[in-house]
Design a protein around this ligand. Structure first.
Ligand code: PXP
Length: 237
């Protein structure tokens, strides 16, 4: 089974545009879960342009499925995570000014840094996942530094899918084989949508979780929140 975790960043972005509480982020989280989503993901960035640091404890208090906080492990981010103890923390090597995450960790060059951070998170029982590109040696590196899971960065899959879905998915199928062989769990995310999701899941064995934000929120404008959750769940059946 592949769990659907909804990334709520873009809901927060709309709210922040007016400085009030519309849409109500907490209510959207409650409703996503009520409608069948199996997780809630947030990616606080240092400028708080979408999810704010104050949102985190509020969401932690209400999420009943799986709460996943992702981000760059700066000391501030790690403190936030340790204080709020999500079920899962996904470490992402994104620059503070980056528009969105666009690459995974070099798990070999960052071995000692990642080993230390992951140990700190694991000590308080937080499952850790490392955002990586679909490269066997980066997956092996993730295992070596103690991560429980990898999150495969699927931006390239989504852009190449349009031209040739078979070659687009091939590196992911291969990276997943490495992950399954060495016993590290597999998540995936970025630019997944109602067109490319089913094919990805069929070709990546033991895909445990996908986190989806941009396309989900865009689809919800047309279909509504309830229908959109059902449409994504259907792709993952
Ligand atoms: N995974 C990571 C690490 C991300 O940074 C993002 C975007 O915040 C996502 C998944 C979700 O990507 P999208 O919004 O394109 O679905």
């Amino acid at each position: 089974m592949t769990r659907l975790s909804i990334n709520l960043n873009k809901v927060a972005l709309i709210r922040n545009a007016r400085g009030g509480n519309l849409p109500n982020l907490e209510q959207v989280a409650i409703d996503c879960e009520k409608f069948g989503a199996q997780g809630i993901t947030v990616h606080p960035r240092p400028d708080e342009r979408h999810i704010t640091f104050a949102d985190i404890p509020k969401l932690k208090a209400l999420v009943t499925t799986e709460f996943n906080i992702e981000g760059n492990p700066t000391p501030h981010f790690i403190n936030l995570v340790l204080k709020n103890k999500p079920h899962q923390c996904t470490l992402v090597p994104d620059d503070p000014n980056q528009l969105t995450s666009d690459h995974g960790w070099n798990t070999i060059e960052n071995e000692s840094f990642l080993t230390e951070i992951i140990a700190e998170l694991k000590e308080v029982g937080i499952r850790t996942s490392l955002f990586v590109d679909p490269e066997g040696k980066m997956v092996e590196g993730a295992k070596k530094v103690g991560a429980d899971r990898i999150e495969l960065y699927t931006g390239n899959y989504a852009s190449n899918y349009i031209n040739n879905k078979y070659s687009a998915v091939k590196p992911f199928t291969e990276a997943a084989k490495v992950a399954n062989d060495i016993g590290i769990g597999i998540n995936a995310g970025h630019d997944l949508n109602l067109n490319n999701l089913e094919f990805f899941q069929k070709n990546v064995s033991n895909l445990l979780e996908v986190s989806i934000g941009q396309a989900f929120v865009s689809d919800a404008l047309y279909f509504g929140l309830y229908n959109t959750v059902q449409l994504y769940l259907r792709e993952l059946k």
